[in-house]
Write a protein that binds this ligand. Structure first.
Ligand code: TIU
Length: 217
């Protein structure tokens, strides 16, 4: 067992039943010209997560522990994109429109893929998801069941959107989740702070929170 000094209490996990879940570290969210920027966001806000997460992934892989990556995006014909998602707000470019990194948030496009700094290595599953949560309409539950995974360390973007939705879904399914505070990012500093507080509040209502440097690997 490994025990992490976490909020609101120490978090313990067994190395044979824990995976690192890296959510949506895609060019569309972290680089200019993608979906995140089209929604009016400053992508620079997310980029502080890249260094700590890259360092942590090196340590996690060195310990031969599993990593699962996710990507948010849609089929080229947009058949899996609900109209409510497609037309919401007034972005300068909508999902499926051509952008500098290819069609926005479309599977197979350059912008949809994971940033080079955090590229998956051979054998690491990449789960494509149409929604914010990583369990909805994906194979994630089966992957975790097959691997005997009962605990998740969670990283990625954005804290209050896809990370939160996924952690809530995971919590309801019985997974114990430790959210790595320095490896999750929001476009809004106040949402980052409150998003993490919401997870750890009420005795850890959705999970635990700690910096990646607190995980004694
Ligand atoms: N807009 C925003 O904050 N996030 C998303 O649209 N997707 C994810 O969080 N991955």
């Amino acid at each position: 067992m490994i025990t992490v000094d976490a909020r609101p209490a120490p978090f313990s996990f067994a190395t044979d039943s824990t995976a690192l879940l890296v959510i949506d570290m895609q060019r569309d969210f972290l680089e200019p010209g993608g979906f995140g920027e089209s929604l009016g966001n400053d992508v620079a806000q997310l980029r502080r997560t890249i260094g700590p997460l890259a360092d942590f992934m090196v340590k996690w892989r060195a310990a031969a522990l599993p990593i699962i990556h996710t990507r948010e995006g849609h089929r080229p014909d947009l058949s899996d994109c609900p109209p409510a998602k497609l037309t919401r707000g007034k972005p300068s470019m909508r999902i499926g429109d051509p952008g500098p990194k290819g069609r926005i948030l479309i599977r197979g496009e350059y912008g949809h893929d994971i940033i080079d700094e955090l590229a998956p290595i051979d054998g690491e599953p990449v789960v494509d998801k149409p929604g914010k949560g990583a369990f909805y309409a994906t194979e994630l539950q089966d992957l975790l069941d097959q691997g005997g995974i009962t605990s998740l360390l969670v990283a990625g973007v954005t804290t209050e959107v896809c990370v939160h939705t996924t952690v809530r879904e995971a919590n309801d399914r019985g997974y114990e989740c430790l959210v790595l505070a320095d490896c999750v990012g929001s476009y809004f500093p106040e949402f980052q702070r409150v998003g993490l507080d919401m997870i750890a509040a009420q005795g850890g209502i959705f999970g635990w929170v700690a910096d990646s440097t607190s995980v004694p690997l």
